[in-house]
Ligand binder design. Structure first.
Ligand code: TXA
Ligand code: MG
Length: 348
């Protein structure tokens, strides 16, 4: 299959969106930009179309997809009820990097929900995504547009790496703004629960709806507690090299990482090192990748997955990273980084 690329780096192109909407309507696959990561979209109401997503990604069939909508009126067609708290949360953060889980109506095929009787819904905050959803009939099922087990794509070239020749179309909308997947909140239990941390954190949610718990599997990642989001149980984002997170006082972390990178050099190898702008002058060994600045959390979240992909292209066996416990998104950033590292932490 030839994968067509539609260039919308300068914004939504009406003609291109029409073509993309046609591909969705006839059951094809279109990768598209959102504010979080690139999604791999298909008609969410067509079981054969959503089935194709699983095979394109190599995704286990028990891992449900998020249904993307562009307008509130579409919600009632796919969910049985919208709790008051969910409505308020949606009013505060939709369109935006928030996914909410509801009880499913039978209009949504089980292939889309991975066999579950619940459905995840999100209204993304990106003009191209919203345009595509409307042009494609209103309901687009989309996981992140990576091959299963690779980092989520934050630019069109990442999607091309994983999906060239496998899907019908890629809409290039340039680099994404956030770079980490949406926050997921489950509204199908007594109390709302955060299943995946993201740009919108627990405090921001609590300010709108009061108490919200974190899924036990997020709090205690080494426990045998089963995460409620099936996708959270997989070892995602695994780079080819061994990744270690080095934690401790700032100065000690820099010294430790630099010493470890020097040790690699003495063995005739080079280590990858993930650092912030502020600490660049303190490193003398290894291949440095600057992720962003500690004063600008989005610069860190936006570049994390891209850097992991870059190291996959290079000949490094080991990567050392600083930790990024930033105020708003620290939990989300560290959740992804810890998974990529298989929870290997070096404490200074
Ligand atoms: O930011 C995002 O959410 C991106 C963009 C494309 O919108 N999408 C994304 O999709 O990250 P995906 O498939 O990579 O992650 C969806 C997560 C998975 O962990 C999945 O298990 C969980 O949501 N999920 C989906 N439906 C669910 C449901 N009904 N109950 C529990 N977890 C669900
Ligand atoms: Mg994903």
């Amino acid at each position: 299959m030839k994968t067509v690329i539609e260039d919308m780096r300068q914004g939504l192109q009406e003609e291109g969106i029409k073509r993309a909407g046609e591909v969705i309507k006839r059951g094809g696959l279109v990768a598209f930009p959102t504010e979080t990561v690139y999604g791999l979209g298909a008609n969410a109401l067509d079981p054969e179309a959503s089935e194709k997503i699983y095979s394109a990604k190599g995704r286990p069939s028990d891992n449900p997809l998020i249904v993307h909508i562009a307008d509130w009126e579409k919600l009632n067609f796919i969910v049985r009820d919208v709790p008051e708290a969910a409505r308020r949360l949606g009013e505060a953060f939709w369109p935006g990097p928030l996914t909410m889980i509801f009880r499913r109506k039978e209009t949504v095929p089980l292939t889309t929900t991975g066999g579950l009787d619940t459905v995840a819904v999100r209204m993304p905050d990106h003009p191209v995504a919203l345009g595509l959803i409307r042009a494609g009939g209103g309901y687009i099922a989309a996981p992140s547009a990576n091959t299963s087990g690779r980092p989520s794509p934050t630019k069109a070239s990442h999607v091309l790496e994983d999906m060239d020749g496998i899907i019908d179309m890629i809409i290039d909308g340039g680099d994404v703004g956030i770079g980490l997947e949406s926050t997921i909140v489950d509204f199908t239990e007594e109390m709302p629960v955060i299943l995946r941390p993201g740009y919108i954190n627990q405090n921001m949610i609590q300010e709108v709806i009061g108490e919200v718990r974190m899924d036990q599997a997020l709090i205690d990642e080494h426990s045998s507690v089963r995460p409620k989001a099936p996708g959270m149980k997989y070892r995602h984002y695994a780079p080819k090299a061994q990744l270690y997170i080095v934690e401790g006082a700032e100065e000690e972390v820099r010294q430790k990482i630099d010493a470890l990178a020097e040790q690699e050099e003495r063995r005739g190898r080079r280590a990858g090192v993930i650092v912030t702008e502020e600490s660049v002058p303190f490193y003398h060994h290894g291949i440095l990748k600057v992720i962003g600045s500690r004063g600008d959390e989005l610069s860190i979240s936006r570049h994390l997955f891209g850097i992991l992909r870059e190291f996959d292209e290079m000949d490094v066996q080991v990567i050392y990273s600083e930790a990024f416990h930033t105020p708003q998104m620290g939990q989300a950033i560290m959740n992804r980084l810890l998974k990529a590292a298989g929870h290997q932490i070096i404490k200074t």
